[in-house]
Design a protein around this ligand. Structure first.
Ligand SMILES: [Zn+2]
Length: 316
């Protein structure tokens, strides 16, 4: 096998590109994403960044094994098709990424859902290394989930098994999510939901959060630590939504470990013990306790996972 592969994790706000050799990211680049305007418009920038990564590391087509893409939507990795999107890169169904890679680099290609690839990354290189039964949940702009059961990456007939955990309902009479379902975990537990929830709060005027331009979890957790009443209440609600979602995932997929990723894990010490105690109290697991762990790979999990799938021909 040739030594080098390029992995791309196409996020809603950032695109991460990594040059990978033998399970290690040896060079990487993070650029802002332009997901609201579609995928097609991003291709020239992506092409330039891939070429820069290859050129600056003296890689040419003769030692490039392939290019792999982790995409935030439903993906068929067998026929290399993007099947469905939700508010990110919404023209992607009409873009032939395999043809784009073949045309520009004459190399192998693999593409799959981003949370599913983060799960493979954790399974092969991260916190899930010691088990064949794990669930990964990534908390960010959205909530991504994926499951590996008895050493098998869960995909399902329509390639959507495991990855829609963020769209399991945690409130049957709640608000309508951008996916069309009612009361989704994502509508109550993702960072896109934060701004909406702040604006609807009657305590907002007295809160330091009213002064922030950016409404994200870092600001929320910081304000909660400084005893801001609104931030404290909302942090509690988010912790409870995440706990409920994780218990749903445990009941669905029977994991031994749940790995949590996303930027919010920078506040992992405020999150992991709380969720662990909720899971211990409420999950139905007579065999023992599911371990709840913060990802140590963080941003690298998706890239390492998708390159692993490329190199091990996981679409076959
Ligand atoms: Zn939803």
């Amino acid at each position: 096998m040739k030594k080098y592969s390029v992995g791309i994790d196409l996020g809603g706000t950032r695109v991460k590109l990594g040059l990978v050799a033998e399970g290690n990211i040896i060079s990487q680049k993070i650029i802002p994403a332009n997901s609201a305007n579609g995928l097609h418009i991003n291709l020239p920038t992506l092409q330039k960044e891939i070429n820069n990564l290859l050129f600056s590391n003296n890689i040419n087509e003769s030692n490039l094994n392939g290019i792999a893409l982790a995409f935030p939507g439903l993906v068929d990795p067998v026929s290399n098709k993007i099947l469905s999107t939700n508010q990110k890169y919404d023209d992607a169904i009409s873009v032939d990424m395999h043809a784009w890679v073949k045309q520009n680099w004459h190399t192998n290609f693999y593409m799959d859902n981003d949370a599913r690839m983060a799960a493979v990354g954790e399974w092969k290189f991260g916190e899930g290394k010691d088990t064949d039964n794990l669930v990964v949940m990534t908390i960010g702009t959205g909530i991504g989930t994926s499951a590996i059961i008895e050493g098998k990456l869960l995909r399902g007939k329509h390639f959507q098994a495991g990855v829609l955990g963020g769209h399991m309902s945690v409130k049957y009479n709640g608000r309508t999510c951008n996916c069309g379902n009612i009361g989704c975990a994502e509508a109550y537990g993702s960072s896109w939901s934060l701004k909406e929830r702040l604006m609807g709060s009657k305590e907002l005027e007295e809160s330091v959060l009213a002064k922030n331009d950016v409404h994200d979890f870092a600001n929320l957790f910081f304000a909660a630590k400084n005893n801001d009443i609104l931030a404290f209440r909302l942090r509690q609600e988010y912790l409870d939504v995440w706990s409920a979602t994780i218990i749903n995932l445990i009941h669905a997929y029977d994991p031994e470990i749940v790995v949590l990723g996303g930027g919010v894990m920078n506040s992992g010490e405020d999150i992991i013990p709380y969720i662990s105690s909720k899971v211990k109290a409420h999950a139905w697991t007579p065999w023992g306790n599911v371990k709840i762990k913060a990802s140590k790979l963080l941003n690298d999990a998706g890239i390492l996972g998708v390159v692993y799938c490329l190199e091990n021909k996981m679409q076959d």
